[in-house]
Design a protein around this ligand. Sequence first.
Ligand code: SF4
Length: 248
Amino acid sequence: MVFSSQTIHQLLSQSSEQRQALRQVYGRLPTTRCRRRTLCCSLLPEMTLVEALSVIQLLANMTTPNQIKLSRGLVHYFFLNAVEIAFCPFLDGDACLIYADRFFGCRAYGLWSRRYYEEQVARSREAKRLNQQQWEGLGVSLPQAVVDFQLPYCSQVEIEGDVRIDDQELLNVLDTVETISGQFEAWHLSFRQRYFSDLSFLLASLTFGMAEAVRLKFETVRDILSTGKRDRLAEAVEGLPNLWMGLR
Ligand code: SF4
């Protein structure tokens, strides 16, 4: 199943209860203070469909200049994330533009135990190496530093108040988020399996069509690695339609 703007429109109109439930679940996580504010925001986190819909609704309610800026940032991120470590498209200076609605991955970073975090990193590293092999099969060698990049374990996040949270409770919260998102059944699975839980891929696919988005990404990455040229990317991003206008 492939998302269209109409699908997103329908899912938004049918999901207010789930988006409200998501906010309540997030409330089970402690309020935190971070001494390295936003330094960890180098990657757009993976997310569930209901989390993506919550942020899409925010985008739909933004002013047109902000919609265009964030859409370009997300598409830019999608095309470039195989060749460079860019910042998360929602980062603006040292502030997160969607902080109150940021994803579970952002909220939980710094709360996991070191052991559990390192296990997650090992799984992610494995997935990135498989992705690297697929690119190799197409004749493109991705920069090793980008393939190997992982956010380091963070011990700088402080929980406010006398609250404790452990890996099991974080996993319980994540399970609940998954259950809420799972109410969208096939769409929830499609977002995970076909779009790799990646909002930037969803947006690029809505804009160009899925096959064309993948083709453009491949050509952009190949151009950058072989000649350093970014003309194709600049052209694609410059001409982006504003997808969010009709979604308010
Ligand atoms: S959504 Fe916000 S908090 Fe999460 S990685 Fe992006 S900028 Fe950082």
